[in-house]
Design a protein around this ligand. Structure first.
Ligand SMILES: [Zn+2]
Ligand SMILES: [Zn+2]
Length: 216
């Protein structure tokens, strides 16, 4: 499987294009604002997009969903808790940045994902893990040697928890129980900024490691 990365829009949100080179099928994770470069890459490589998988429904991760859906017809997957976020600008946050974003009012999700679901791209399986904290319905997608982590864990950082539905204690618990339990050499593809590994963050991420008091 090949991973191509596009940093999109004013928040430079990482969108991932996962490609099964045998079948030419592909999955798009978190298509953000102005996805033209992504759409060109899909067309130039002759890919059939079989799913639009969302880690969570914040504006910067869903602003391009409408364009990708229109171009590919692929189903949109999100956790059910954030079902209404897809169509409500106050929940997805687009209503808070009227200068920069059109209010995002759709499209709605086609399918819901939940903890333990297995998704497929070609022969590759992905496990859905439930990781609330940055948002209440956040999920990550885990496959052999990799995790697509959205806004949970960053390279030496963690996701914000000061937005509606955020909880630092919950986020730390999600990272410890759902991410730090992966093998140390697992590559973490983050929603913003460069990749890291689980092993590096377990050792060096002070934002997680110094939060013992929150777990009481
Ligand atoms: Zn977010
Ligand atoms: Zn984000």
């Amino acid at each position: 499987m090949q991973v191509q990365i596009f940093s999109l829009g004013m928040f430079q949100t990482n969108c991932f294009l996962l490609i099964d080179e045998v079948s030419k099928e592909a999955v798009v994770i978190d298509p953000g604002q102005d996805p033209d470069a992504l759409l060109s890459a899909i067309e130039e490589q002759g890919l059939k997009v079989t799913g639009i998988w969302l880690t969570h429904a914040h504006l910067d991760h869903i602003a391009g969903v409408g364009e990708v859906k229109a171009a590919t017809g692929a189903p949109i997957l999100v956790h059910e808790i954030e079902k209404d976020w897809m169509t409500d600008p106050m929940l997805n946050g687009s209503g808070r940045y009227p200068e920069y974003f059109e209010p995002i009012t759709g499209p709605a999700a086609d399918q819901f994902v939940a903890a333990g679901d297995l998704l497929k791209l070609g022969d590759q399986s992905f496990e859905v893990r439930f990781t609330p904290g940055h948002t209440p319905g956040h999920v990550v997608y885990v496959t052999e040697g990799m995790v697509f982590a959205g806004d949970t864990l960053f390279n030496n950082g963690i996701g914000r928890t000061d937005m509606p539905g955020g909880s630092t204690a919950q986020l730390i618990k999600s990272i410890r129980e759902q991410l730090y339990t992966l093998p140390g050499d697992t590559v973490v593809f983050c929603g913003h900024g460069p990749e890291t590994t689980i092993g590096h963050e377990r050792k060096h991420n002070w934002a997680v490691n110094d939060q013992t008091d929150l777990l009481r």
